[in-house]
Ligand binder design. Structure first.
Ligand code: NAP
Length: 485
């Protein structure tokens, strides 16, 4: 391992500006999914460590909230530079614990830095209002104030950028933070402690701890000092956190599961659709919340699309993320592979035809072949459940109305994509799809400038865009009377 990479691989909690172990001295192993080997450990923390982290954040909040937006802006710019100066070692660390290709990890580190820069700017534009008063002698102001201590819980699939979308707006707004990264990918989260130290953030503004999800989560939900929970992960855990956070009426932002449809109409540019399908399906080995879960292709172009998409899928280079030229890494663990196998077996039993891949990759471990399944039917598991793997079921449809209905037939509503060359259809379908994000003739749409988030059971709140800072600010109405005007 390069010296710089090991510098960022912190095997300790970051609480109140100190690197510390769990009270019990207990640890959790961290594994490289490409080799199955343990690469290190992190502290197994519980309620007591969480409470201390929250108290450190609350103490830091008292002075951090008083800093000027310009001071915070400058520190965030330093953080951005520290991330980009260390893009390579941070990306290597990410690949080691998560498995994705080094090229994808470098992209994730770059977008993490881009979120920091974006919110450094947005912090300076957190405007309030001066409202025309209905009274001659009174004036009305609406101001924005930092919400307070923010608890952030993040998943393993984008362990750096999911944290950036929370930490950056929180710090820009004047909030302080307690972070719990996923147990399978904690190092990319803990690295932010080292980066924030390097950038010069005051002790306690950022606290990061690892360990028992249940204990840490329960303390976060119950502790009245925490004013907001921002979570990215499964809908199941998100619902539970929302219920528990209700006891202290905390603000919540939830980025939850998806079941993205990808529609291809007869009038689409098929080559462009195949290109979009490749990124919308196979990025991070299909382990993204915005990954296509269901392809719906109109009868007239069905065979051509399946053929070209399968051909491109077979060409993907599967391998260890750190190996030159790898396009698709392993899945996160054995359980993920078993789940993907279950989807394939279910489809085959119900008449699905495997036209590419379909089984574990010859490399063994948790590697799986990029897989395309034709003749997918609505009674197959894909229709309702998130695959979270490199499997692409392709359904056939006849009419636009039928396609939109099928696409909306899910409790999720995060991202969706469709391809058409007809302008009228583009607007009709865009308006008909009940999703938070729509890609029209585009398969990769995430960018810091745009609001990312879902409707229905895919979540509440938005990350990125000018909307991304709003959840970290409280609105205060001030009525000033007795002005003698
Ligand atoms: P997960 O099991 O819900 O875990 C996410 C985080 O929640 C982890 O840090 C996990 O900790 C923690 N957690 C688990 N149980 C908890 C509890 N009882 N209390 C508090 N925290 C708890 O989800 P995942 O499997 O890591 O991530 C995949 C899911 O995330 C997919 O559904 C995907 O669609 C969704 N996702 C959504 C977005 C979005 O923006 N909408 C983005 C990325 C991913 P441990 O690791 O310690 O268990």
């Amino acid at each position: 391992m390069l010296q710089k990479t090991s510098h960022f691989m912190r095997q300790a909690n970051f609480i109140g500006g100190e690197w510390v172990q769990a009270d019990s001295g207990g640890t959790v192993d961290v594994t490289n999914p490409a080799t199955g080997l343990v690469i290190g450990t992190v502290p197994k923390s519980g309620k007591a460590e969480t409470r201390r982290a929250i108290e450190a954040a609350e103490a830091a909040f008292q002075s951090w909230k008083k800093t000027s937006v310009l001071e915070r802006h400058k520190l965030l710019r330093k953080l951005h530079d520290a991330i980009m100066d260390n893009q390579q070692p941070l990306a290597e660390l990410l690949t080691m614990e998560q498995g994705k290709s080094l090229a994808e990890s470098k992209g994730e580190i770059a977008i993490s830095a881009a979120y920091v820069l974006w919110f450094a700017e947005e912090g300076r534009r957190a405007y309030g209002d001066v409202v025309p008063s209905p009274w001659g002698d009174r004036r009305i102001l609406v101001t924005k104030e930092p919400t307070g201590v923010i608890a952030a819980i993040t998943p393993w699939n984008f362990p750096s950028s999911m944290l950036s979308r929370k930490l950056a707006p929180a710090l820009a707004a004047g909030c302080t933070t307690v972070v719990k990264p996923a147990s399978q990918t904690p190092y990319s989260g803990l690295a932010w402690g080292a980066l924030c130290e390097e950038a010069g953030f005051p002790k306690g503004t950022v606290n990061i701890l690892t360990g028992s999800a249940g204990e840490i989560g329960d303390e976060i939900c119950a502790n009245p000092l925490v004013k907001k929970i921002t979570f990215t992960g499964s809908t199941e855990v998100g619902k539970m956190l929302m219920a528990k956070a209700a006891s202290t009426v905390k603000k919540v932002s939830m980025e939850l599961g998806g079941n993205a449809p990808f529609l291809v109409f007869d009038d689409a540019d098929i080559d462009r659709a195949v290109e979009g399908a490749m990124v919308a399906k196979y990025r991070n080995s299909g382990q993204t919340c915005v990954c296509t879960n269901r392809f719906f292709v109109q009868a007239g172009v069905y065979d051509a699309f399946v053929e070209r998409f399968s051909e491109a899928s077979r060409k993907l280079k599967v391998g260890a993320g750190l190996e030159e030229g790898t396009q698709q890494g392993p899945l996160i663990d054995e359980k993920a592979v078993e789940k993907v196998e279950e989807f394939v077996a279910d489809a085959k039993a119900k008449g699905g035809k495997v036209v590419a891949g379909g089984k574990r990759h010859a490399l063994g471990g948790s590697f799986f072949e990029p897989t395309v399944i034709a003749d997918a039917k609505p009674n197959m598991m894909f229709m309702k459940e998130e695959i979270f793997g490199p499997v692409a079921p392709v359904f056939r449809f006849e009419t636009e109305e039928e396609a939109v209905k099928l696409a909306n037939d899910t409790e999720f509503g995060l991202a969706c994509y469709f391809y058409t060359g007809n302008l009228g259809r583009a607007f009709r379908v865009m308006e008909g799809l009940k999703y938070g994000m729509v890609g029209v003739n585009e398969g990769l749409i995430t960018t810091v400038e745009a609001p990312f988030g879902g409707v229905k059971e895919s979540g509440v709140g938005r990350e990125g865009g000018h909307q991304g800072i709003e959840d970290y600010l409280d609105t205060k109405y001030v009525c000033i009377g007795g002005l003698g005007l």
